[in-house]
Design a protein around this ligand. Structure first.
Ligand code: ZN
Ligand code: ZN
Length: 261
């Protein structure tokens, strides 16, 4: 799994070095991915229980390094927030992580950044996380951990197959994909093609906005058939101008990404 993180880090580094409008976002994201990889690797010494309450000591021990890195190198606002979390008593970090696990709010930057490697570790260890709600039974939530979809992926073979297969949603929490029908809104389940719009910009040939007129929500789709070297999680961040376009047109994202877009 180190290879999975390395691929994402390389892609973020590569695009941060370009002259795209999201270069500074990507430089920050590359740094964050490195911290998350270290967090993930630090977990390898233990065994997850699947209960976040029980795994909390392990999470917190490794999480402070990520917080310190953001405090030292993150954008001003996040750096100040990281310092506050570090200065607070241990109880507030507990609350932050526990409440994120239950609510999965995409406004909780640090909780999401820390929980992602944890949830991925659970998934890679084939440990089913214990949660208090039944959200994981919904088709539009991650079957492993109950997370929201961060983005949608069209597999390389998808455009060739006429049967509507080849689409996956990527979980915003454990970062694992699950299969999802091609022509349906992942937020409200709308299936009427006339209500589902796809918006593209010449600047991003393989990333598009999938928006729904019924619920006015959107997410981005990364089309691996158009560019097989894309790393969906990273390319989604790089296509930040598409988010600005969607928001200007009155669509709200189903799940904000780790850089807050
Ligand atoms: Zn998940
Ligand atoms: Zn919808």
């Amino acid at each position: 799994m180190a290879e999975w993180w390395d691929r994402a880090i390389r892609r973020a580094d590569e695009m941060a070095a370009g002259d795209g409008s999201a270069a500074s976002l990507l430089a920050f994201y590359a740094r964050l991915l490195r911290s998350q990889k270290r967090l993930y690797e630090s977990f390898q010494r233990g065994t997850p229980s699947g209960s976040i309450e029980r795994d909390l000591p392990l999470l917190k021990k490794s999480a402070s390094a990520l917080l310190r890195d953001v405090a030292d190198h993150g954008p001003d606002q996040l750096a100040a927030q990281a310092r506050r979390v570090l200065d607070d008593d241990a109880g507030s970090t507990d609350n932050l992580l526990l409440s994120y696990w239950e609510t999965r709010s995409d406004r909780e930057f640090f909780a999401k950044a820390i929980v992602q490697p944890y949830a991925l570790w659970l998934a890679d260890s084939a440990v089913v996380p214990r949660r208090h709600d039944d959200a994981q039974t919904a088709e539009n939530r991650c079957p492993r951990c109950g997370g929201m979809p961060q983005l949608s992926i069209l597999e390389a073979y998808a455009s060739a197959s006429g049967d509507g297969s080849g689409r996956q949603l990527l979980c915003a929490t454990c970062l694992k994909p699950w299969s999802f029908r091609r022509v349906v809104c992942p937020q409200c389940g709308e299936e009427d093609e006339r209500k589902l719009g796809y918006f593209q910009s010449p600047a991003f040939g393989h990333v598009r906005i999938d928006a729904c007129e019924t619920c006015r929500r959107y997410l981005k789709t990364v089309d691996l058939g158009r560019f097989g070297l894309a790393v969906p999680l990273v390319d989604e961040v790089a296509a930040a101008p598409l988010d600005l376009w969607a928001q200007e047109h009155g669509y709200a994202k189903i799940e904000l990404n780790l850089v807050g877009l």
